[in-house]
Design a protein around this ligand. Structure first.
Ligand SMILES: [Zn+2]
Length: 191
């Protein structure tokens, strides 16, 4: 066994112990399932990636400290914990072309809505374009997600690991779509 898989097994064992000692609520809140998946990926890439080797240190520290972080209920430490996981997920996505569960669905729903709007114009009804765009977006996104899963590129299958940054982007997109729709309805009512 090389040192990479030794490290991974140590982390996995530690997280499994935490699962037994922590309540399910804290286990979820501190994204320990995600951390477990992320550690496996990092162990896979660390022989050829210096940044992943640095993240190995961070993951070791996180799993050692998480018990204390939960006990002290320190907000600053909790945020730092979440931020570190986000940073590692971000690196795995950008550098190693992995994706989170539902990544393409979120992205293509946004693209579908954005492209759907102008599509409605030649149909004579702008608001018709939005649901058409959304449906096409969902279809493309779902199939790309399925493809990524098949290729083993999903960091943590079954785990909706939307990072806070992605979450914010998605909320802005949905907010914009709702605003557009409300604007259209108002426009048509006033006409
Ligand atoms: Zn890396």
């Amino acid at each position: 066994m090389d040192s990479g898989s030794n490290w991974r097994d140590g982390i996995t064992r530690r997280i499994d112990q935490l699962k037994d000692t922590l309540g399910e609520k804290d286990y979820k809140k501190y994204k320990l399932d995600l951390l477990r998946c992320v550690a496996e990926r990092i162990a896979e890439f660390s022989p050829e990636c210096g940044q992943c080797r640095i993240f190995q240190q961070d993951i070791s520290t996180l799993t050692q400290d998480v018990g204390n972080t939960i006990q002290t209920a320190d907000k600053v430490r909790r945020k730092a914990h979440a931020r570190t996981i986000d940073r590692i997920v971000d690196h795995l996505q950008k550098q190693h072309k992995l994706v989170t569960e539902g990544y393409y669905l979120g992205m293509w729903m946004g693209i579908g809505l954005a492209l759907g709007l102008p599509t409605g114009i030649p149909l004579g009804n702008i608001s018709l374009g939005l649901p058409i765009g959304l449906c096409i977006g969902v279809a493309i996104g779902t199939s790309l997600d399925a493809k990524a899963k098949k290729e083993g590129r999903v960091i943590c299958p079954g785990e909706k690991a939307i990072s806070s940054l992605q979450g914010t982007k998605l909320m802005i997109l949905i907010g914009l779509a709702v605003l557009l729709l409300a604007g259209l309805v108002a426009f048509m009512l006033l006409r």
